[in-house]
Design a protein around this ligand. Structure first.
Ligand code: PMP
Length: 290
């Protein structure tokens, strides 16, 4: 596997970062995950824009122009053998004496990228759906930043694994139980379907603005699928006809059980089937044009 580190392409085994890197010491950095289909990066511009927003969120200057990123990414894709890949981009505030405050003068940020083979979600998962558990969203108030400090997400995702589930659906608890609402998954965005309408939580500081989330809403709009972007109450999760999970590596997956109870019929529903098909068409069309 060929990775990229601070200006060089090299084998993974030869890529090292000093222990005083602020990513290692403080989790002081941001990242991106970009899917690649048939060697073409999907929604690259949108991913690079979100990277810029994350960098702005942590007040770290972008060390590369969009054109430089594109070139680095093309080279990384070329240097790895899989047709479908997912790219991991990681930037930290660099190496400096341990001190919470930003290094003065600023040091060079650390830039790391790697590629892994991307496989489509298994047919079995699409046919049966996945299970999810729910948990209190106890993360910070800047979940819109794709920060590398993922300890809360790690602990929340492990709750799903411990319960034999694929994902944890996160609930911000309100002052009364009726005010609690859904934000997203530990590593995905979540949609609810009720009476034929696709419901999406609004993008704000409490969730990551998913690139796949945007694609799904774009597809819904283009195909006249009824949808609403609005707060989704906790109670609506347990009353949903369908629940969908989206992410760059999982695309669109049906969630058919939550906290051990069937969602709707307990089988992937009509909205999932339609969106999944449209998503595959959308991908093919984007790839054909790029
Ligand atoms: N929310 C969180 C917390 C995530 O980690 C991810 C996946 N990285 C997403 C949402 C989905 O975002 P995307 O569709 O851009 O992969």
């Amino acid at each position: 596997m060929t990775v990229y580190l601070n200006g060089k392409f090299l084998p993974l085994e030869e890529a090292f970062v000093p222990v005083l890197d602020r990513g290692f010491i403080f989790g002081d950095g941001v990242y991106e995950v970009i899917p690649v289909y048939s060697r073409r990066a999907f929604r690259l511009h949108e991913h690079l824009q979100r990277l810029q927003a994350s960098l702005d969120g942590i007040r770290l200057d972008n060390p590369h122009t969009m054109a430089e990123w594109e070139e680095l990414i093309q080279t990384l894709i070329k240097n790895n053998s899989a047709e479908d890949q997912y790219l991991y981009l990681h930037l930290t505030r660099g190496v400096a004496k341990r001190d919470h405050a930003f290094p003065q003068p600023p040091v060079k940020p650390t830039v790391f990228m790697m590629s892994s083979p991307l496989s489509q979600p298994a047919a079995k998962l699409l046919a049966s759906g996945v299970s999810a558990t729910t948990a209190t969203d106890n993360r910070w108030l800047r979940c819109d930043i794709k920060a590398i400090s993922l300890l809360p997400n790690v602990l929340l995702r492990q709750l799903a694994v411990d319960a034999g589930c694929a994902e944890t659906i996160l609930i911000r608890e309100g002052s009364g139980s009726g005010d609690s609402f859904m934000t997203e998954g530990a590593a995905s965005n979540i949609f609810v379907v009720k009476n034929g309408t696709l419901l999406a939580p609004p993008k704000n500081n409490l969730m990551l603005p998913g690139i796949t989330y945007d694609v799904v809403l774009e597809i819904a709009k283009a195909n006249h699928i009824p949808y609403q972007v609005r707060k989704i109450l906790k109670s609506e999760i347990f009353d949903a006809d369908e629940i969908l999970l989206t992410s760059s590596t999982k695309e669109v997956l049906p969630v058919t059980r939550v906290d051990g109870k069937a969602v709707g019929s307990g089988k992937p529903g009509a909205m999932f089937t339609r969106l999944h098909m449209l998503y595959q068409e959308f991908k093919r069309e984007v790839m054909r044009k790029s």
